[in-house]
Every structure is written in C-alpha cells, then in structure tokens.
Design a binder for this molecule. Structure first.
Ligand code: KG4
Ligand code: ZN
Length: 356
C-alpha cells in the first residue's frame, strides 16, 4: 500500500509518501517534503494565522509535486490519502485537509483524517524496523508528546487507545521555550535558539522555578518561567533590556531555562513510567529535538531498564511522514474517514476525556 500524507496545521506545508508491503512488515518513507514558513513568521515574532493559510495554498501544489516526483510515483499509484484534521489553525488545516479529500475523491481512493498529536505520538515508531514487523502497532508504551502547543503524558495501550495521564495546565513546553526566547530578544521559534546557547551556559547560575515537580500527579506547569525571567532581567541589564545582556549571561539564562524544563519533564516521566510499568518510552514533538532532553531521557531510561524511542531530529517538528504513518496504521486497521469529515482546531486525542 502507498499512502500520501499532507500536513498544514501550523507553519509547515508538508507532503510525504510511505509504502508498506502487503504482509504489513516494514514501512519505507519514499519521500518527505517540508516547505517551512518560519522565515516569514519570524518577522512578526510568532505565527500569523492568515499568512499561514495563504502560504499553504500557494505552496501546496509544488510540495505535492515534489513529494510525488521524489518518490517516483504517479498520483494513480497512491492507494490512500491522509491529512491532518486538527488540532491546529483552522484555515491552515482546511488547505491540506481539503486537498487530500479532493485527491481521494478524484482518484476514487480512501481518505484518513489524522489527529496531528497522534502523528507526533506514533512518529518514534516509523524508523523502528523490528517494531514494524509486529502485527499490532503501536506496542503498549508511555508516550511523551512535547510540542509547541501541547505537553502530554499518555498511557498508550494500542492504536487509538490513549489514556491521558498528565498535561500542561498552562503553557506547553515548546511555548515556554518560545515565550522566554521572545523575552530574551531571540528569534522565533525560540526552542532551538535557547538550546544552542544553553550548550555554552551554566545551568546552575540562576535559580529558576520547577512548578509541580513534587506534586503526586502527572500535570505540568511552565508559565512561571516567564515570570521568573521577567523579574530576573532588570537585575542583569539597564531597564531589563535583553539586548544589553553580556553573551555569557544570556547563555547562562538559556541553560537555566532549559534545565528547569528538562528537570520537570524527566521527573514526571519517571514517575509515570513507574506508575504504569511500561518498558518502552516514546518521546515526540518539536521539543524532543532538544539536546539536553534527549541526553537526560537516555540516561533515565538506561538506569530504569526502559527502551527509549525518539524520532530522528528531522521528524521531531511538523512533517507529513508522521501524518502518513498514522494514516497508514489506521488504514491497515480498516479505519477510514468519510469525505464529509471536517477539520477541528481543538480536536482532542482519543481518550482525553478520561483520565486513568
Ligand atoms: O511539534 P512542533 O513542530 O509544533 C507543534 O505541533 O506545536 O513543535 C514546535 C516547537 C516550538 O515551540 C519550538 O520552539 C520547539 O518545538 N523546538 C524546540 C527545539 N526545536 C524545536 N524546543 C527546544 N529545543 C529544541 N531544540
Ligand atoms: Zn506539531
């Protein structure tokens, strides 16, 4: 089976083609094309929804063309079409979703509407060959999704069977990185900017809060970091102007923020691993690209005897390979969406209503 996936929920226009054999063993990524709008939104310090959707409409045809030609595949050789149905920016979602439905209708092939968060959640398994030979994917595991919009700890029992253990009560981890970076006058998106500077910084120099670290639930809170930086800046530069910070201080602040976020993520994940007894941890979303988070989680998993799965860095931020992969798993399970399916900017992941 060959499936074409489209992603357009935020500021990346992406298309990817995946192929799987009839026996269901092994998935090959034939192509994965991403056209990023980051340079455009960087001018405004964040994503402008109207610009995002207009840009998706403009570049989707060439992104699709590139994905097909890199895969050496004609549209008539595609067996199913998948697209992100939410959560995300409504007008941006509509561009990719409507295009995939139109292609499915024209080709007379099935359509799968994919939850963007499920795409992230399952992405660590895409490049995990021996897992792909299993009849039932994904295997039971603990999922940590850390993206720009969400921080979720999920007890995954099987495809579509996701129980929410914890989530951020305010800012998501990626959002915290982005907002603090903005306060430090660093470009959007802030996560990679903070990550790079943190490599040269001293994480111990500034004492930053780690909210809810010792509370016995699995929820997170990251908004206190903004306040802490707000009160720290005036002590470090005239008028609290971040442009007046010396480079060492800037790197130390970045290292402190990164350490605070990683400490909380690691501590809650460890507790959730012990609570659920899962032996596999899969981490996904843009923040899973963070160097310190990857290092800390691999130490933690080694000590706990837990298998750690991470997507390759290029598949951590938004891409269409993860959407095609989630679509493929649902298609294999015989689960398709009607062409009447529409987008939902607040689409919950299955099981959100029930906390276990
Ligand atoms: O998963 P994603 O592409 O978007 C959503 O679905 O929300 O994640 C984007 C987020 C941004 O907040 C970005 O700052 C963050 O991922 N990010 C990082 C790193 N690379 C991207 N955060 C920390 N360290 C990084 N290296
Ligand atoms: Zn995402």
């Amino acid at each position: 089976m060959r499936i074409l996936g489209i992603e357009s929920s935020c500021d990346e226009t992406a298309a990817a083609l995946l192929e799987t054999s009839d026996s269901g063993s092994g998935v090959r990524v034939l192509s994965s094309v991403i056209s990023t709008q980051i340079p455009l939104h960087r001018l405004y310090g964040g994503v402008i929804p109207e610009l995002a959707s207009r840009n998706h409409s403009g570049c989707l045809p060439s992104v699709l063309q590139d994905a097909l030609s890199q895969a050496g595949c004609g549209i008539e050789q595609v067996d199913a079409f998948a697209a992100t149905g939410g959560p995300g920016l409504v007008a941006a979602l509509l561009v990719g979703h409507t295009a995939a439905k139109a292609l499915a209708l024209a080709a007379g092939k099935p359509f799968v509407s994919v939850n963007h968060l499920e795409g992230h959640l399952l992405s660590p398994f895409l490049h995990c060959p021996e897992e792909l030979t299993r009849p039932h994917m994904p295997p039971p595991h603990l999922g940590l999704v850390v993206s720009g919009g969400h921080t979720l700890l999920l007890d995954v029992r099987g495809l579509g069977d996701y129980r929410l253990l914890g989530r951020s009560r305010d800012d998501a981890a990626g959002e915290a990185f982005d907002k603090v970076a903005k306060m430090l006058d660093l470009p959007y998106p802030g996560g990679p900017e903070i990550d790079t500077r943190a490599e040269q910084g001293d994480p111990q120099r500034f004492e930053l809060p780690r909210p809810m670290l010792h509370e016995p639930h699995f929820d997170f809170s990251f908004s206190g970091l903004k306040t802490a930086i707000l009160y720290t800046l005036p002590k470090l530069s005239p008028g609290g102007d971040p442009r007046e910070l010396d480079p060492t201080t800037l790197c130390d602040l970045c290292a402190g923020v990164r350490e605070a976020i990683v400490d909380v993520l690691a501590q809650k994940t460890l507790r959730a691993l012990r609570h659920t007894g899962h032996r596999i941890l899969a981490i996904s979303g843009g923040v899973s690209c963070n160097k310190a988070l990857r290092a800390r989680m691999s130490d933690l998993c080694r000590r706990e005897g837990v298998r750690l799965l991470l997507p390759p860095p290029a598949l951590t931020t938004d891409n269409a390979a993860m959407i095609a992969y989630a679509g493929l798993l649902h298609a294999r399970a015989g689960e398709f969406s009607p062409l009447e399916a529409t987008v939902d900017p607040n689409l919950p992941l299955a099981g959100f209503a029930t906390r276990s």
